[in-house]
Every structure is written in structure tokens, then in C-alpha cells.
Design a protein around this ligand. Structure first.
Ligand SMILES: C[S@@+](CC[C@H](N)C(=O)[O-])C[C@H]1O[C@@H](n2cnc3c(N)ncnc32)[C@H](O)[C@@H]1O
Length: 292
């Protein structure tokens, strides 16, 4: 068992004195690149931050400067895009973050869904799942509801992100114990296996949760391979970096990817105001797809 911290100190490290400097041409290229491929707008004031955060990538790739890094992005954009995006954005997340969303699913949606979808299919998507806490928390709620439900149902959670590092942690499903702060004691006992010996201080999510969650890489700005529609989509604390047209396009695609009467959950500081006519606000950052 191994685990990496979610947001380690290096993340915000200042640029090293005497290290490579991000010049005008390279910053302009990076700006265009992340806007085109990741929907992220970088203002001039982000230059120092980008330089600081990318120094670690330069070291990891053994590159001597930002010009070489830009050349690598030009020659094979897909290979480095996820690492670049995760270096300049944040993967911060936690179990049961914005707990009212989980309460809404447990108390309002699951009782209805499980009754209506007997013998049917229930699909939830955690879009921008980061290191996995969000889909695994959802899986706890789902697994508990399924235990009380006496009929067959094909229920699954899809968890996607573009950050390869975050997805590695999500797949491992192993977290330092202090990351379980938002999990009630009964759920900690039930849904985590405590590490022992050299794994002391770590907890692994229960195999039942892993069974319910499928983890895949996906850039939300690219084509989506999913054939089926979802009953609910969590896209929380992801669009915060996107510019207005990117958010508009994404919300329109979410509307298409949801069943009629499907739900979209946004992060606490995000809103659909002025960006989409496809949804009604039905709770705190909870939206229901509008039916004609
Ligand atoms: C702050 S975390 C939010 C995690 C979780 N949804 C939550 O609210 O706790 C934002 C995540 O969005 C992901 N992300 C950003 N842009 C993305 C894109 N274009 N496609 C897929 N994931 C993206 C990042 O990699 C990061 O893991």
C-alpha cells in the first residue's frame, strides 16, 4: 500500500533562485495551449505561479528550460497535457466535501431512483474526480442504499479526471488516515481497511466501493466516449478555472448527457447563472435538467 499526499508543499513552491525563467514567448505559448486544450484562462498575474509550478515538471522530465518544455508540448500535446493541467490547477478534494449534496442524494434521490429503476440502470458521474474521495464517498451512500433495497438494479459510478497523478491515487484508493476527517466514525469502520505494520497510518477503501466505481482518464473538453446517459453528474470545483464560453459549452453537453429529470451538482462557489437555460436550480448548487 502506498499513498501520496493530495496537495503537498511542492505544489505552491516558489521558483528556485537562478533556475530557468519563463520568458514572454513561452508564457504566451503556454497560455494559448492551456486555453485551447484545458479551457483554463491564465492572466498575466499567473506568470510567476506557472513558472514555480512547472519547475517541478522540468526537473522530472530533465529539461533545461521552458523552451524545451514548450517544444515537448508542440510535438506531443496529449502526452503531457494532463500533467500540465494538474500542475497549474489544484486537485484539492476531500471525503463528503459539501455534504449537503450527499444528503440530497441519500434522502431525496436514491429512495425515488431505487423504486423507479427496479431491474433498470442507475448511473452517476463524478466529472473531475481528482484523487477519488468524491466518487468513493458517493459509493458509500449508494452501497448503503442498495443494501436496504430488495430488488436488482445495475448501479455504477463513473469517475473521470485529466490528471494522471490524481487518477493513480484514485485507483489505489489508499489514503492517509487524516484524510478521512469528513467521514463519520461508523462509515470509517465500515468502508475502510486500516493498514498495519509499514502501512500504519493509511486506510484502503473497501473492495465493495471499488466495485461500484469505474475510474477513467477524460479531458472534459475532448470527446466523451460514454454511450449512455447519467441520472446525476457531479462537476464540482472544476469549472472554476474555465472561461465563460467553455463553461457554456460544457453545461450544454451535460444537459445532453443527462436523462430527462437528471441532476447536476456544482461546487460551492460555482453557478450556472447566465450560462445555461437547460437547468433549474432546485437546491444549494443543485440543478435539475429542465424538461420541455
Ligand atoms: C479542485 S479538484 C475538484 C475535485 C472534486 N470534484 C471536489 O469537488 O472535491 C478539480 C479537478 O478537476 C480536474 N480538471 C480540471 N480541468 C479538467 C478538464 N478539462 N477535464 C477533466 N478534469 C479536469 C483537475 O484535474 C482536478 O482534479
Amino acid at each position: 500500500m502506498s499513498a501520496r499526499p493530495v496537495d503537498d508543499g511542492d505544489f505552491a513552491a516558489p521558483p528556485g533562485v537562478g533556475g530557468p525563467v519563463l520568458g514572454d514567448t513561452e508564457f504566451e505559448f503556454l497560455r494559448q495551449f492551456v486555453h485551447t486544450h484545458c479551457g483554463i484562462s491564465l492572466g498575466d498575474h499567473k506568470r510567476q505561479l506557472v513558472q514555480g509550478r512547472l519547475l517541478r515538471r522540468l526537473r522530472a522530465l530533465k529539461l533545461d528550460g521552458f523552451a524545451a518544455y514548450c517544444q515537448l508540448l508542440r510535438s506531443d500535446p496529449d502526452a503531457e497535457m494532463g500533467e500540465l493541467a494538474s500542475a497549474i490547477s489544484t486537485n484539492v478534494t476531500s471525503f463528503f466535501r459539501e455534504v449537503h449534496h450527499y444528503d440530497f442524494i441519500a434522502n431525496e434521490l436514491l429512495p425515488r431512483w431505487l423504486k423507479e429503476k427496479r431491474n433498470g440502470r442507475l448511473r452517476i458521474w463524478s466529472a473531475g474526480c481528482s484523487t477519488g474521495e468524491e466518487p468513493y464517498a458517493m459509493a458509500m451512500v449508494l452501497a448503503e442504499a442498495l443494501e436496504k433495497f430488495d430488488g436488482p438494479i445495475d448501479a455504477k459510478i463513473l469517475a473521470t479526471d485529466l490528471s494522471p497523478q490524481a487518477l493513480r491515487t484514485a485507483r489505489e484508493g489508499v489514503y492517509p488516515i487524516d484524510r478521512l476527517a469528513g467521514v463519520e466514525e461508523a462509515r470509517r469502520q465500515r468502508w475502510f481497511q486500516r493498514g498495519e505494520g509499514s502501512y500504519a497510518g493509511l486506510a484502503r477503501v473497501h473492495p465493495r466501493l471499488r466495485e461500484l466505481v469505474t475510474i477513467l482518464p477524460l479531458n472534459l473538453l475532448h470527446e466523451w466516449p460514454m454511450q449512455h446517459r447519467f441520472d446525476a453528474i457531479f462537476c464540482r470545483n472544476v469549472v472554476i478555472y474555465f472561461d465563460k464560453p467553455t463553461k457554456q459549452r460544457l453545461f450544454a453537453r451535460y444537459a445532453q448527457q443527462l436523462v430527462d429529470d437528471g441532476y447536476l451538482f456544482l461546487g460551492h462557489s460555482e453557478s450556472m447563472y447566465g450560462l445555461s437555460e437547460d437547468f433549474d436550480l432546485v437546491g444549494r448548487t443543485i440543478y435539475r435538467k429542465r424538461t420541455a
